[in-house]
Design a protein around this ligand. Structure first.
Ligand code: ZN
Length: 281
């Protein structure tokens, strides 16, 4: 697989039946701009359509998995080939910004979550806000002991990041504390809460994850697809997707409110320094 197929990520086949996507923007702590999200979507689709791929691993270069969305990159989703039926990317008011987030954030993550093959996130270092939006759509999470997970975006005056499954990931009380305080949960805490499947030493992370992927890849594709669907349909029966859509609407209310109060700025600017401090710790 040529490395130059993508600019922000790599795609390889580290073992028979296993595809691996690696975030390759370590110099920016794997911050996700629209181009990276678009490349990720292409790579997920490539793995989904390849009958020789049974399992997908999502990994990252560098000391940190992902610092979240790259808020310094200015882009509109219609500059790339759109992947959903969403339109109106340049509409005024909150309309345009909302559909950009529908396409690039919630829409992409939801497609990856529903890929009909097992996906495993291989996570080290910091995972902040939008970083969780790559990890949580995966079926399993393997973390190194140094991994931490946080969503500090309430400091921006919104309800959390756009893929609002906090409740299901860590339970209602921890979800509220995680959102209210914006602090980081350790890998060990997340394993105890059931958010992380296994915590391993940093130097064993890649080999441990690959061994599990190889083990799963030996199972029949049909069984894997049906097992994944069965659990996901259970989440749907609990109303997960409806709750996520409701939270997305409130997220847009947070942005719209900020635009009115802060002269068109989409978030509470006082959150910038708060989040910078929280993201350091
Ligand atoms: Zn947003």
């Amino acid at each position: 697989m040529p490395d130059n197929e993508f600019e922000r990520i790599r795609y390889d086949i580290p073992a028979p039946g296993v595809a691996r996507i690696t975030l390759a923007r370590a110099e920016r702590r794997n911050a996700q701009d629209y181009q990276m999200l678009h490349e990720l979507d292409t790579a997920f689709q490539k793995a989904a359509l390849d009958d020789d791929v049974q399992v997908l691993v999502l990994a990252a270069d560098g000391p940190h998995f992902s610092a979240g969305h790259d808020l310094t990159s200015v882009a509109c989703a219609d500059e790339l080939e759109t992947r959903t039926m969403t339109g109106g990317f340049r509409q005024p008011g909150q309309h345009g910004p909302m559909v950009n987030e529908e396409e690039m954030y919630l829409g992409m993550c939801w497609r990856w979550r529903n890929m009909p093959k097992p996906t495993i996130a291989q996570v080290q270092g910091k995972v902040i806000a939008g970083g969780l939006m790559l990890v949580w759509p995966c079926d399993m999470i393997i973390a190194s002991a140094d991994a931490t997970f946080s969503d500090p975006t309430v400091a921006f005056g919104v309800n959390g990041h756009e893929y609002h499954t906090h409740l299901w990931e860590v339970g209602p009380r921890k979800a509220k504390e995680m959102l209210f305080r914006g602090h980081a949960l350790t890998a060990a805490e997340c394993e105890k809460l059931g958010m992380v499947n296994h915590v391993v030493a940093r130097d064993e992370l890649e080999s441990f994850t690959l061994a599990i992927a190889v083990e799963i890849a030996a199972r029949p594709a049909m069984g894997l697809k049906l097992a994944k669907l069965s659990v996901n349909q259970g989440l749907e029966a609990q109303g997960q997707y409806t709750a996520m859509q409701a939270a997305f609407g409130l997220h847009q209310l947070g942005h719209a409110n900020a635009r009115v109060v802060f002269d068109g700025f989409p978030v509470d600017p006082s959150g910038i320094e708060v989040i910078r401090q929280l993201s350091k710790g």
